[in-house]
Design a protein around this ligand. Sequence first.
Ligand code: SAM
Length: 276
Amino acid sequence: MADALADLPPLRETLAEHGLMAKKSFGQHFLLDLNITRKIARLAQLAAGDRVIEVGPGPGGLTRALLETGARVTAVEKDERFRPLLEDLARATDRLTLVFGDALDVDEGALAAGEPAHVVSNLPYNVGTPLLIKWLTGPWTPASLTLMFQKEVAERITARANDPAYGRLAVIVQATAEAQGVMDVPARAFTPPPKVESAVVRLTPRADRPAPERLDALQRLTAAAFGQRRKMLRSSLKTLGGEPLIAAAGLDPQARAETVGVDGFLALADAWRAAR
Ligand code: SAM
């Protein structure tokens, strides 16, 4: 079937026709401006035929922009109210597969049929961070991720040591992926507008992603170190090995967590595992 995407009615009309209002509990803030959805699709650097997993298509604005690139899109939506509208969209192309369910529970490897797949999403804010951690530390590895977060979360993802936003999230994310903020999006770009600004982050998983045991150790060390971020490592890591552990990792026991880079935390994780 030839694509009939260009013949689809404007999104606002589609939403009104289906009587759909945004639901707060599902973190719904829609992007109805084609200029913005197309820009996000461009930032995702997709080529025709690429596989994309989109979480939370909602009214399908970003989905339309992704389909315009020639990508094959599998869209996972939790809110059944969007089914009729999304099924209309799926009828306009043979490159859209719809899955209704919770993105936290889906098996992305099965959805992608074993092929590499890119994740692109204007994420529901309430599950954005758990989904990111699932994609970066779980059994399935995406080819790339282009994701909209609250700006404050985007800053915590991309922060470097000594930045105010630097913490556990930055360490876990950057140990597993290259992360870069690529676009700020003002609240007024969404319908309804959220209370805060948003930003798109582009992530590329590292080829040398730490193995699960190394990641578990990293989680444990960062939890202890940032749980008491103003304290010196020799105090916050006392129960995990204290000064001998810190020395084995080649770090200064008087350093504070917020000054230790990702490599430093990986060295701590390795020293902790070696000492067990
Ligand atoms: N992509 C649309 C856009 O940009 O206009 C909607 C984005 S809206 C911020 C988030 C979407 O994720 C909503 O459609 C919401 O119903 C859906 N959603 C919320 N929680 C979800 C979950 N756990 N799994 C899948 N979809 C979810």
